[in-house]
Ligand binder design. Structure first.
Ligand code: FAD
Length: 520
């Protein structure tokens, strides 16, 4: 049966995928007076039986300014509510091989990223979307195919096993990295597409909260009659990183005072750890302090139980099917998670798409074309930046060159803002006004300038050192010196610290003689 929503008085949008990006898109379209139909192949994640099922997704993630701007664009009050339940992370905490910790702030002005529970955020977005009377959420509906000629979209209702079809003015694909909408668009128009799996797999582990010791908790309980609150095992206002060149462990805080750790490692290294003893030996060598925080039993249990997921980076040359459809979020630009931008970029997609829809009222084709023109290059830029940050996080953060450049950029940013020098991280994470592609270009240009200035400074320093060395050596008489006009008068010559006296200057041949040559 084809549901013909086109007959309704408002334009109809069918959104595929009720992940964070699809749910946010539903809120935006609802506010723009569309009849919104949100289709999701899974069942409602808010149902109690689904609470622990979402294993293929990260448990918590970093929400930064682009994502927050996307939330605010939907509803400022709603954004405020979300932000009241996040944990600010002001910088990285680098853990070395001996467990020593070193803090690196993200921003000299104190701006920060925020740890948020992914499932909770998704549920809040869904609840908010459902609060609009013009939003209809259809769980357990899997998009099968699109008939682009008649704008008809076909689903399998997995609860009843029926096939259902609908018509809509606009189709929005927010159906994740393995998007069916994208595949269906590619059957209709030529889309250059690249998909790159990196040699790293991820697995989640937990650092539990720390409970006060028995004596402390007993005395607290006696005084206050309330059970003692648990603490964070580590500084909760940092994103903790254990960088180890070809692999790394990271940890983000949760509101229940635990941390979710993610181990990123080549699959071959995961495969090599087959027994608890091998795992513990590996962890005690590479992440000795983390073993203490996680606990040996929990580490073994979670490592062998939790799935090991691959990481993919996806680019598509266009994100729209002219006039009919658009892909957003991971469906358009799945990226490796090392800039913490996947969801943030998806939220930004939604905000920018709506800027174009508002700028072209009643003209979906023009709005889609303008969106595509603006957004594709930014999507490609952030996919590249995310790959680049993988190198930086697992190896670069420890390197002197990285720290020197960071400190230099920060110094200029703080003291000579007119020069426009800024760190790439600041532009990407804290400045939604700077598109990703502009941030990338700015950083490349800045890098070139730094190289040139560095080269000039190096040449200057080397020149100054040589001159100083020559002056010192001459003063000390370590090299030839001829005082033609100096206070010592003509006729006194030093060779390798030995003084010779002449009635007049020595002949030029004197200088070409071997040093062992006796004085003339
Ligand atoms: P998804 O979350 O994949 O949602 C797609 C939805 O579509 C799903 O619910 C799916 O069931 C549904 N669907 C799929 N196919 C169909 C179909 N045929 N019919 C109907 N429904 C369908 N991002 C950040 O911003 N910050 C971070 O710190 C961060 N950390 C990360 C850490 C890890 C380890 C990983 C893997 C990712 C991280 N990300 C982070 C990325 C972030 O998780 C994704 O970018 C984000 O979830 C994308 O949201 P989405 O709604 O586009 O897609």
């Amino acid at each position: 049966m084809v549901q013909d929503y086109l007959e309704a008085s408002m334009p109809t949008v069918a959104i595929i995928g009720a992940g964070p990006v699809g749910a946010l898109a539903a809120i935006y379209f609802a506010q723009s007076n569309y009849a919104v139909h949100l289709y999701e192949l899974r069942s409602d994640p808010r149902l109690p039986e689904n609470q622990l099922k979402n294993f293929s997704k990260s448990i918590n993630l970093a929400l930064s300014d682009r994502g927050i701007e996307g939330l605010k664009g939907a509803d400022k009050e709603f954004a405020r509510k979300i932000m009241s339940d996040v944990i600010p992370m002001h910088g990285r905490m680098i853990h070395d091989g001996k467990g020593k910790q070193e803090s690196q702030l993200y921003d000299i002005h104190g701006r920060h990223i925020n740890a948020v529970d992914r499932g909770w955020l998704n549920e809040e977005l869904l609840t908010k979307a459902e609060s609009f009377p013009n939003v209809h959420v259809h769980f357990k509906h899997k998009l099968l195919r699109c008939d682009w000629d008649s704008n008809t979209y076909h689903f399998r209702n997995t609860a009843t096993n029926e096939e259902v079809s609908i018509k809509a003015d606009l189709l929005v694909g927010a159906d994740g990295a393995h998007s069916v909408v994208r595949n269906q668009m590619m059957r209709r128009i030529p889309i250059s597409f690249s998909q790159h799996y990196i040699d790293s797999t991820w697995c989640e582990l937990t650092i539990p909260p720390v409970f006060p010791t028995f004596s402390a908790s007993l005395s607290t309980s006696l005084q206050t009659q309330t059970p003692p609150a648990p603490n964070f095992a580590l500084n909760p206002n940092r994103l903790h990183i254990w960088p180890r060149q070809t692999f790394m462990l990271i940890a983000l805080p949760n509101t229940d005072r635990s941390f979710t750790c993610t181990l990123f490692m080549p699959q071959a290294m995961f495969d090599a750890l087959t027994t608890p003893a091998e795992l513990l030996t590996f962890f005690e060598k590479e992440f000795p302090d983390a073993v203490g925080y996680i606990g040996k039993d929990r580490l073994v249990h979670e490592f062998f139980r939790n799935p090991k997921e691959p990481l993919v980076s996806i680019k598509a040359s266009t994100h729209v099917l002219p006039g009919r459809a658009v892909i957003l979020g991971d469906a358009a630009h799945a990226m490796v998670p090392f800039y913490g931008q996947g969801m943030n970029a998806g939220f930004e997609d939604v905000r920018i798409l709506h800027e174009h829809l508002r700028a072209n009222p009643g003209d979906i084709p023009t709005a889609l074309a303008a969106y595509d023109k603006e957004r594709v290059k930014d999507a490609h830029a952030i996919c590249d930046l995310a790959l680049h940050n993988y190198e930086e996080m697992r190896a670069g953060v420890n390197s002197r060159a990285y720290l020197l450049r960071k400190k230099t950029e920060e110094w200029f940013y703080a003291n000579v803002p007119a020069l426009g020098i800024r760190t790439l991280y600041t532009m990407v994470s804290f400045d939604p006004a700077v598109p990703y592609s502009a941030a990338l270009r700015h950083a490349e240009l800045q890098g070139t300038w730094f190289k040139w200035v560095g080269a000039l400074v190096s040449v200057g320093v080397v020149g100054a050192l040589i001159t100083t060395a020559r002056v010192v050596a001459r003063m000390m008489g370590w090299i030839d010196r001829v005082d033609r006009y100096g206070p010592m008068g003509p006729g006194r010559v030093w060779r390798m610290g030995v003084e010779y006296t002449y009635q007049s200057l020595p002949p030029a041949s004197f200088y070409s003689r071997p040093l062992t040559c006796p004085a003339p």
